[in-house]
Structure formats: structure tokens, C-alpha cells
Design a protein around this ligand. Structure first.
Ligand code: AMP
Length: 121
């Protein structure tokens, strides 16, 4: 699947749409989810045009990958989540119900997240 540069996170990266930014590095941006599912719900995205983790891991440079992973950890530390804990999650494609086709990792914290996934019907 090609990259759609009209997706909402591409517009945020171009500054066409505002975001509630919590962190920015050379290759990554982190901002609060507009529809939070936890007291802390942040989306961490690479600045490059990647749809998914498989796309990113195959096509991003080592510098982009290192910066992105470090950004995730930095956000967790800066939001003081190491002690209470946090969950990271990325949806890709149909089965995971990805809504925005630009790689994003959700970072959730400051609530009890109980089980991994709802049990299958
Ligand atoms: P996903 O199902 O993993 O693709 O989730 C996309 C997420 O993006 C959802 O949690 C939305 O609430 C969030 N979202 C959509 N538009 C915006 C926006 N303009 N600013 C921040 N978060 C957004």
C-alpha cells in the first residue's frame, strides 16, 4: 500500500492542522490523542512517510529508527510513567482497524489497563 500524503498525521507534520505536542526530535513527533482512552494517551509518529511498522523497519534509515525508538522512551520518562507503568500499541491494516495510515504508536498510562486484548468470541 502506498503512502497517502493527505492523511491527518501528514497534515499535522506539515503544520496544516494543530496538535497538542508533547515532544519533538529530528525524526519523531509526539502529541496527545484527540480522543484519549487514558489520562495519558500520546501518539508517537516518525516524521517520515511510513504507513506501518513493517514499512518503517524495511525502509527507514538507522538514524530514523534509532531516533524514533528513543523518542518513545523519552516521552514515557518525561510523562513520568516508568514507576506506574504504560502500554504501547500500534495498529496496522484491516484486522487491527488502523484509522490513520501513517505509522503511530499509542502510549497509554495512568490507568489500569487490565488484560491484553478482549477474548475472542
Ligand atoms: P488507529 O486506530 O491506531 O489508527 O488510531 C488513530 C488515532 O488517531 C485515534 O486514537 C484517534 O483518536 C487519533 N486521532 C485522529 N485524529 C487526530 C488528531 N487530529 N489529533 C490527535 N489524534 C488524532
Amino acid at each position: 500500500m502506498g503512502y497517502d500524503d493527505q492523511n491527518i498525521f501528514a497534515k499535522i507534520l506539515r503544520g496544516e492542522i494543530p496538535c497538542d505536542k508533547v515532544f519533538e526530535s529530528e525524526h519523531a513527533l509526539a502529541f496527545r490523542d484527540i480522543n484519549p482512552l487514558a489520562p495519558v494517551h500520546v501518539l508517537v509518529i516518525p516524521k517520515g512517510a511510513y504507513v506501518s511498522m513493517d514499512d518503517f523497519s524495511a525502509n527507514a534509515s538507522d538514524a530514523e529508527i534509532a531516533d524514533y525508538i528513543r523518542a518513545l522512551g523519552t516521552v514515557a520518562r518525561e510523562l513520568d510513567l516508568q514507576e506506574s507503568g504504560y502500554r504501547i500499541l500500534a495498529n496496522h491494516g484491516r484486522d487491527a482497524h488502523q484509522e490513520v495510515p501513517h505509522l503511530h504508536i499509542h502510549l497509554f498510562g495512568k490507568r489500569d489497563m487490565k488484560g491484553m486484548l478482549p477474548k475472542q468470541a
